[in-house]
Design a protein around this ligand. Structure first.
Ligand SMILES: O=C[C@H](O)[C@@H](O)CC(=O)C(=O)O
Ligand SMILES: [Zn+2]
Length: 278
């Protein structure tokens, strides 16, 4: 299980990146690879983000030299949301049925983490985020209807959407990790605009439910120095703590967001006045 390592970036350097360099540092291109665990390790708050797609075999998380531990969750916690067909996650021998759009919070200390699909013809796709953790919190199964829904946006501003909070204090405990899924209504294209930063936390966005020719223009950078990355279906993007993170799609889409850092206050955002954007 190899990790794709990404080092952290300073905003003064990042503003000189070419399109290719921006993509190399921040875009996670192949999140789901059949019968593989495909994970990216970012030095931004040491988040791990990626996909687990078991088709014809079971897949198990392993420790590695990069993590310096014997097993993956020795010093970490993990959140998973299944965006594919029905699947199962086995934690130290205990099976958790994770249907499509269901989630699971896995506490630090869990030794054996195995992912399986119920049907190889319609494989599960587990999108995962993991943060370092100082304490063991109980594992919690978070079915879609247990996630905390927050409706936001207006048709006039093309951003009617529901934010489903999965790993959130209203649903389960965690050390640093927050995670959820935002679903845009048809004819809505923008997420989080007016945009925001939160220097207290970094964030990763994973865009999906998009057609082959649909794109999301994901905005990043400091508010007075914005850049964009063109995203395709089932791709993720790393947002450093100093960067805004907001996207507009050629069609409505869904995305999973995950954060870690100093706090878990979802509403602790620094909103950017529209006239400050450059
Ligand atoms: O810090 C919070 C995150 O950027 C997202 O949850 C925002 C989001 O899903 C949205 O407004 O559509
Ligand atoms: Zn945010």
């Amino acid at each position: 299980m190899e990790l794709d390592i990404r080092y952290a970036n300073h905003p003064d350097d990042t503003k000189y990146y070419t399109t290719e360099e921006l993509r190399e540092h921040f875009l996670i291109e192949d999140v789901f690879v059949e019968d593989e665990i495909s994970l990216t390790y970012s030095h931004q708050d040491r988040i791990i983000a990626g996909g687990v797609m078991p088709v014809n075999k079971e897949l198990q998380l392993e420790g590695s030299k990069d993590l310096g531990v014997d097993f993956f969750l020795q010093g970490r916690e993990l959140g998973a949301i299944n965006i594919g067909g029905d699947g199962v996650i086995v934690l130290d021998g205990k099976e958790y049925e994770i249907k499509s759009r269901d989630g699971l919070y896995v506490g630090r200390g869990t030794k054996e983490v195995i992912f399986k699909s119920a049907d190889p013809k319609n494989p599960a796709k587990f999108y995962v985020n993991s943060a370092s953790a100082h304490k063991e919190y109980p594992t919690v199964q978070i079915e879609f209807d247990k996630a905390n829904p927050v409706k936001l946006g207006e048709a006039e501003t093309m951003n009617v959407r529901t934010i489903y909070q999965y790993v959130h204090p209203a649903v389960c405990e965690s050390c640093q990790l927050s995670m959820g899924m935002t679903v845009l209504e048809p004819q809505s294209a923008w997420n989080t605009m007016p945009s925001h930063t939160h220097e207290r936390r970094m964030e990763v966005y994973f865009y999906f439910d998009m057609g082959e020719n649909d794109k999301v223009f994901h905005m990043m950078g400091q508010p007075n120095e914005t850049r964009h990355i063109v995203m395709s279906n089932e791709q993720a993007v790393i947002s450093p703590s100093w960067s805004l993170h907001s996207g507009v799609g050629t069609k409505n889409y869904t995305f999973i967001w995950g954060m870690c850092g100093e706090n878990k206050e979802f509403t602790d955002m620094d909103h950017i006045p529209m006239n400050d954007l450059k």
